[in-house]
Design a protein around this ligand. Structure first.
Ligand SMILES: Nc1ncnc2c1ncn2[C@@H]1O[C@H](COP(=O)(O)OP(=O)(O)OP(=O)(O)O)[C@@H](O)[C@H]1O
Length: 347
């Protein structure tokens, strides 16, 4: 198979505010704006950003739980919007989701065995023996005892419930798992166990992950590539090591510099970068980060910066750090003085 497993092209989602009765224009929430990326088979692609930047909306668009305002999602080169019933069902087998809260996403009245085999039984009839064998096998795969097959979700710990959610996602042998804040609700030590489990499963089964998280330490641990989102747009997309070693976008730099050192006291990103995220209903003109950016120049207030490819394989949307064209007559700061400015602002 050539080409990426998943390709996202110019994906956009605007949520209308109200019905707009007797009004000419309806205000919209610009949740996702012109997002493009691709994911290779067996890759872990992470999306990171502050609360409200559009990460979960991207996940919902990928799963086709909401329809895009514009843009396309292609699996193995096929646009999922054009799929008819039968093909859509086949595609659904290939892409599964693991949710943040394993408790609310599991039916409390079903046993672990029933929860795990339910997705398969939507596609084919299983005998009692097949059902038990499948459930036991999947429980083992996620490090749980097959004896738990008759337990209810309420009889499991948070970590076990998340393992159960993963077992359920694995049941259809997907090529891609979308994990939306899949470890955020867990204790740090349980988080590490679940992340290691996901990486082991990836190695064994070649599964690709789109992993959505606000937690940079988690992302640094598991990602092959990382997309940083700000107010609905990707502002930097880079190989994981390069991103953490040398962030280019001022927003990425601020997030990484402010990320907490390993510590059980988890700190949310939104308190770490100066100022509030502006409203997605009426976002700032030009680069949406400019009101919080110490490096902003006049052009940032006027033009939306395009994603510009850099020599090391990353793309960055910043008029100052990655100008698409020279800024005429402007005093573009060197990287080192720009870094110094960010540090001063944070201290
Ligand atoms: N169904 C909806 N209707 C209207 N607005 C929505 C809807 N879903 C999301 N939004 C808005 O879209 C924006 C992006 O939300 P989204 O949940 O995708 O962000 P997020 O980065 O996942 O945030 P968090 O980390 O807090 O979950 C937010 O302003 C949110 O209020």
């Amino acid at each position: 198979m050539s080409g990426p497993l998943l390709k996202v092209e110019n994906l956009t989602k605007h949520y209308p505010l109200g019905t707009g009765f007797l009004k000419k224009t309806i205000p919209v929430i610009r949740a996702v704006e012109d997002v493009s990326f691709s994911v290779e088979a067996g890759e872990t692609f992470c999306i990171v950003g502050e609360s409200g930047c559009g990460k979960s909306t991207v996940a919902r668009l990928l799963m086709r739980l909401v329809a895009p305002t514009a843009g396309r999602v292609l699996i193995d080169g096929t646009d999922i919007a054009g799929l008819r019933q039968h093909a859509l069902r086949a595609w659904r087998r290939r892409m599964q989701m693991v949710f943040q809260d394993p408790y609310s996403s599991l039916n409390p009245r079903l046993t672990t065995g029933q929860i795990i085999t339910e997705p398969v039984e939507n596609f084919e009839r299983l005998s009692r023996r097949q059902r038990q064998a499948l459930a036991a096998d999947l429980l083992r795969k996620v490090g749980m005892s097959p004896e738990m097959i008759h337990r209810l979700p309420s009889e499991l710990s948070g970590g076990q419930r998340q393992r159960l959610g993963i077992a359920r996602a694995l049941a259809l042998e997907p090529s891609l798992i979308i994990a939306d804040e899949a470890v955020s609700a867990l204790d740090v030590s349980v988080q590490a166990q679940i992340l290691n489990l996901l990486m082991d499963l990836q190695q064994q089964m070649g599964i690709a992950f789109v992993f959505i998280s606000h937690d940079l330490r988690v992302v640094e641990h598991i990602a092959h590539r990382v997309a940083v989102m700000y107010l609905g747009r990707i502002v930097e997309l880079a190989p994981c090591e390069a991103l953490f070693a040398k962030p280019v976008h001022p927003y990425t730099e601020a997030l990484i510099a402010a990320a907490p050192v390993p510590d059980p006291t988890r700190v949310r990103l939104e308190v770490l970068v100066e100022g509030e995220v502006p409203s997605p209903i009426n976002p700032p003109s030009g680069c949406a980060f400019h009101p919080r950016c110490p490096l902003a120049v006049e052009r940032c207030r006027i033009e939306v910066p395009p994603l510009v490819p850099m020599a090391d394989g990353r793309v960055v949307a910043c008029h100052v750090r990655a100008p698409a064209t020279e800024i005429p007559g402007s005093a573009v700061r060197s990287n080192s003085s720009a870094h110094a400015t960010l540090r001063m602002i944070r201290s």
